[in-house]
Design a protein around this ligand. Structure first.
Ligand code: SIN
Length: 312
């Protein structure tokens, strides 16, 4: 039996359902070329802002026993660089190229969405949810701000776009945010950004592990998986599969990817495991997913996607 793990996001074909999350190792053209040379099925670029940013002071990332903490603060080369990178990459690859936009206000987001209209990027992931911008709240937790932003970018975007969401924990919040997203032509949501404002401590030195924000940072990796799965599941149900869901948070193995797809995800992204294990992780997860599907008699993702069983 041939096992097919291809998928489509907003009509764009991906040879496999496993690719990189925006954030780690996707800031420079060199990083993006490395992703092209890896088995990542798409090239997701670093979230960009209007001006280049150095990001937060180091140390701003640390590995933890079961994941990571980061407060990178959106270091990136400014959106104009990513417009150019997309043109360059398009000549070098057939892989889908995804821009990630993270403006600091409505106007900045409009400017960047308009600019990407004229590039070869296939998809845009709108990232209003970074927990790491000093002095800026997590927009995904402010329903009015989300509504305003989505309204504004929907008017100008000619590219299919999705939204990267922070994790939600309260069932009422899922409904509120889904109701807003459904008003606009959002094609997918990515669940989840890192779990905001965790605190990791070194008990020997009695210091925080990272410097920004008094040591607070987004928690990723294995720690994030269970909330990521819950967010995928709830949005899959609330959107009734009319808006796609991409899973992100704690994907290290084919079994992790399988669980996300079972919960309703159309694809998965890899962040912390990419930092910790390098680009080989994409192929490893893809092979393990194929093997697991084969052992279960599944030939393609739609054989089990969303078909999670509960105990009632
Ligand atoms: C960062 O650069 O701070 C991470 C990006 C994000 O959390 O969205």
């Amino acid at each position: 039996m041939k096992t097919d793990i291809s998928t489509k996001i907003a009509g764009v074909k991906l040879e496999t359902c496993v690719f990189n999350a925006s954030g780690p190792l996707d800031e420079t053209l060199r990083d993006l070329r490395n992703l092209n040379n890896s088995a990542s099925s798409a090239i997701m670029m670093k979230s960009c802002t209007i001006e280049p940013r150095q990001g937060n002071p180091a140390p701003r990332y640390a590995n933890l026993e079961y994941g990571s903490i980061n407060s990178m603060g959106l270091p990136n080369q400014g959106y104009k660089a990513y417009l150019e990178f997309s043109e360059t990459l398009r000549k070098e690859t057939k892989k889908p190229i995804i821009a990630s936009i993270c403006g600091m206000n409505v106007e900045e987001n409009i400017t960047m969405f308009k600019a990407f209209n004229d590039t070869p990027v296939d998809l845009i992931e709108f990232n209003p949810g970074s927990p790491n911008t000093i002095g800026k709240p997590i927009v995904g937790y402010d329903t009015k701000a989300m509504d305003k932003l989505l309204k504004a970018v929907s008017k100008v975007s000619k590219k299919p776009f999705g939204v990267k969401l922070p994790p939600y924990f309260d069932l009422g919040h899922y409904q509120q945010i889904a109701d807003i997203i459904k008003k606009y032509p959002v094609k997918f949501v990515t669940c989840i950004n890192s779990i905001g404002n965790g605190l990791a401590i070194n008990p020997k030195t009695e210091r925080t592990l990272i410097k920004p924000k008094g040591g607070l940072g987004g928690i990723g990796g294995h720690y994030a998986k269970f909330h990521a799965l819950a967010n995928v599941r709830k949005f899959y149900e609330l959107f009734e599969d009319k808006i796609q869901v991409i899973g992100a948070g704690g994907v290290y193995t084919g079994t992790d990817a399988f669980e996300f797809i079972l919960a309703g995800a159309s694809a998965v992204q890899i962040g912390t495991a990419f930092i910790q294990q390098g680009p080989q992780v994409f192929e490893k997860v893809q092979n393990e997913l194929r093997d697991l599907m084969q052992s279960k008699g599944y030939a393609k993702l739609s054989d089990f996607r969303g078909k999670l069983k509960t105990l009632d």
